[in-house]
Design a protein around this ligand. Structure first.
Ligand code: PBG
Length: 328
């Protein structure tokens, strides 16, 4: 049967019908809000290339988390901006480090909020690379030890999940073994499994002060042209014990999200990154797009592609938009 018996427009004829046949529905609890934590008190430094996003001291972070939670967003992802860095990034494993302080404060004030920590070296090394540099090269295996120490330190501080973003080979296994040995057998790992070398990270590197001082990240992050390789990355991370696998960035990689979801049928996270956020905000500031509509369209596309959860700087505003839509 076809036209004229079949008319797909019938089910589009009014808002009630449209909402009944909607296939993809966003919820505030789908979102994870990234936060940049720095030292000090009452510090809130706006990040120029990410309008609406600031670096915040621990006290301000706790307040922000309270607002986030009230909107129905259940999770935050913490990035630390330490006062001092070192050659190996080992300062990231300091139990009194900035992320560790933030985790303790947030969990104390808001025990039900899920606190996820980004585990990586780039924010803690003087050279800004995600691994230990030896003779100008990133040493994979020695980096694993430092990453494992950092993950355990976050766990001791009380985080609910660790998210390694460095793209060293074998790091999920190394972190899993270290967590288990330290007694954190129930702490899940969300791995940045298919993380591409991307120009969309530009604003983040300003925010987290982690741009590499020499070279680039192409020897460890994935080449943007590859899709089969993403499946191999995900397969290995799952074998090593990853509980959630992430695809990053999101918007230019919707095909990867979809392939990962249909191939593995595991929880997939997508990271709607800083450059994607900045593009929307810049166009909206010029009055060229309506950011509320564009945000929902983008986030819906990421979920429709197969993401179970979306890490996004739009989390707060998207949750507010959903609230308003439901209260109408
Ligand atoms: C650190 C890290 C980066 C992002 C998350 N973790 C930057 C990078 O790899 O250069 C990017 C997040 C964003 O752009 O929003 N390894």
């Amino acid at each position: 049967m076809g036209f004229p018996q079949i008319r797909l427009r019938r089910l589009r004829s009014n808002p009630a019908l449209r909402s009944m046949v909607r296939e993809t529905v966003l919820r505030p609890c789908d979102f994870i809000m990234p936060l940049f934590v720095c030292s000090g008190r009452a510090v809130e430094t706006p990040i120029e290339s990410m309008p609406g996003i600031s670096r915040m001291s621990v006290d301000r972070c706790v307040e922000e988390c309270r607002r986030i939670g009230k909107l129905g967003v259940n999770a935050v992802l913490l990035f630390g901006i330490p006062d001092t860095k070192d050659e190996t990034g080992e300062c990231g494993a300091d139990d009194h480090g900035i992320v560790q302080q933030a985790v303790r404060a947030i969990k104390k004030a808001l025990p039900d909020l899920l606190v996820i920590t980004d585990v990586c070296n780039c924010g803690y090394t003087t050279h800004g690379h995600c691994g230990i540099v030896i003779n100008g090269r990133i040493d994979n295996d020695r980096t694993l030890e430092v990453l494992a120490l950092q993950a355990i330190s976050h766990a001791r501080a009380g985080c609910d999940m660790v998210a390694p973003s460095d793209m060293m080979d074998g790091r999920v296994g190394a972190i899993r073994r270290a967590l288990d040995a330290a007694g954190f057998i129930d702490l899940p790992v969300m791995s940045y499994a298919a993380k591409y070398a991307s120009a969309f990270y530009g604003p983040f590197r300003e925010a987290a002060d982690c741009a590499p001082r020499f070279g680039d990240r192409r020897t460890y992050q994935m080449d943007m042209t590859n899709s089969d390789e993403a499946l191999r990355e995900v397969a290995l991370d799952l074998e090593e014990g990853a509980d959630i696998v992430m695809v990053k960035p999101a918007l230019a990689y919707l095909d990867i999200i979809h392939r990962v979801k249909t191939t593995f049928n595991v929880p997939v996270a997508a990271y709607n990154v800083s450059g994607e956020y900045a593009m929307v905000k810049a166009a909206a500031q010029k009055g060229w797009v309506r950011d509320d509509c564009i945000i929902m369209e983008i986030l819906t596309s990421i979920k429709r592609a197969g993401a179970s959860m979306i890490i996004t700087y739009h989390a707060k505003e998207a949750a507010s938009i959903l609230r308003e839509a439901y209260s109408r």
